[in-house]
Ligand binder design. Structure first.
Ligand SMILES: *Cc1c(COP(=O)(O)O)cnc(C)c1O
Length: 422
């Protein structure tokens, strides 16, 4: 733990929390599909001296002097992001995925304009117009849904009808809890039919796109892609906005991020983004992305054989939504707590048309990006899924639960989180 030498000497309280988290991450099994482990190189960049620097503006056009190295680092991040996703323009300053979305709305909409996005209960994200977010005070959000949660196919006819009725200025694709691929062409066609921008939020699947394991939405003509950099893309916590070809849109997005929404960019995080993008360009990242999908498939198979209903009938990406209440009679919250006790971290999740409330929904959501980073392959993932089902089916058998906990811990210790991926 020499990464923390100075903190250890100087601030015992913070050091203890960091040391505790190190152990938790090494010994526990992380199945939250939005989490991952970054390389030591990414952490070094994020812990670098660039945190000292104010760099308001963009490379070559800053408000303060002393920018030769910040310009170099931001330009590297931009060029790598463009190459990874086939974009003409990239903004790497958005502090988070939420900011990336808000800045995109600000760039493309006037107050009162309408966005057509995925219903939250069917897999969309808070920033796609959940009433608890302030952004809904400024823009109007209307919804599309899945036609049938057991296939996860979007109801594209209804979507077109709603689009024609409400005349959105953005047709928004993308999700946090959806296990299949969208029909990108249909989204872009509907957007064009009503004269809207097509935007896709790939926060969850950016790494799968960069690694070529799933389709690239830009190949279907989306105008803008927003993302996080810390989920499957395996970089520092941050946001990213890509524009396929329009310089006009890209300029408006840059203005919306700064000075519209944010102040000085987090240049240390941008350096870490550049490092992570460099890793994602390495051939090993393609194997990683493909393995994430294979591992999810291996878990899907065990759940299917165990008679557990999965939304969409399974998965085509990195995550699975399982209706544990409907299939095993165990509410999502109880399943989350139970699995946490055996060393498996995942989250309860509402499923489409949930019969239970949002605070204690019917489902659990889990995925393989972090487990795959550890080096787990299909065999380990199959075993983990078996252990999950065993725990869920024997939730009062303390002896069995402690045996499962021990097996999970042993498995994790056998696969330490790596320092480097290239
Ligand atoms: C995670 C996520 C975000 C938000 O990212 P933050 O960095 O947490 O703000 C936005 N959109 C989708 C689809 C997400 O899954």
């Amino acid at each position: 733990m020499n990464f923390y030498d100075s903190i250890k000497k100087q601030d015992k309280e913070v050091f203890d929390a960091l040391a505790g988290e190190e152990v938790r991450e090494q010994e526990g099994l992380e199945l939250i599909p939005s989490e991952n482990y970054v390389s030591r190189a990414v952490r070094e960049a994020q812990g670098s001296v660039l945190t000292n620097k104010y760099s308001e503006g963009y490379p070559g056009k800053r408000y303060y002097g002393g920018q030769e190295f910040t310009d170099a680092v931001e330009t590297l991040a931009i060029e790598r992001a463009k190459k990874l996703f086939g974009a003409a323009f990239a903004n790497v300053q958005a502090h988070s995925g939420s900011n990336a979305n808000i800045a995109t709305y600000m760039a493309l909409l006037n107050p009162g304009d309408t966005v057509l996005g995925m219903d939250l209960s069917h897999g969309g994200h808070l920033t796609h117009g959940h009433p608890v977010t302030y952004i809904t005070k400024f823009f109007n959000f209307v919804r599309y849904k899945m036609k049938d949660p057991d296939t996860s196919e979007i109801d594209y006819e209804e979507m077109l009808r709603v689009a024609k009725e409400h005349k959105p200025k953005i047709v928004l694709a993308g999700f946090s809890a959806y296990s299949r691929e969208l029909d990108y062409q249909k989204f872009v066609d509907i957007a064009r039919q009503v004269g809207a921008y097509s935007v896709i939020d790939v926060a969850h699947i950016a790494g799968l796109i960069a690694g070529g394991a799933v389709k690239n939405p830009f190949d279907y003509g989306f105008d803008v892609m927003t993302s996080t950099t810390h989920k499957t893309l395996r970089g520092p916590r941050g946001g990213l906005i890509l524009t396929r070809e329009s310089e006009d849109i890209a300029k408006r997005i840059n203005k919306a991020v700064f000075p519209g929404l944010q102040g000085g960019p987090m240049m240390h995080v941008i350096a870490a983004k550049a490092v992570a993008f460099g890793e994602a360009m390495h051939p090993s990242f393609k194997l990683y992305a493909v393995q994430i999908l294979k591992n999810a498939k291996a878990m899907e198979e065990v759940f299917r054989q165990g008679g557990v209903r999965m939304l969409g009938g399974g998965t085509s990406n990195h995550l699975i939504l399982a209706d544990v209440f409907g299939s095993l009679g165990i509410p999502g919250k109880e399943a989350e707590v139970l699995l946490d006790r055996v060393g498996i971290t995942l989250n309860k999740n509402a499923i489409a048309d949930d019969v239970r409330g949002p605070m204690d929904p019917s489902g659990i959501r889990f995925g393989t990006p972090a487990a795959t980073t550890r080096g787990f392959k299909e065999g380990e993932c199959k075993r983990i899924a078996e252990l999950m089902l065993e725990a869920l089916k024997n939730r009062t058998d303390e002896q069995k639960l402690s045996a499962i906990r021990e097996e999970i811990r042993t498995l994790c210790l056998k696969f330490p989180v790596p320092d480097s991926f290239v």
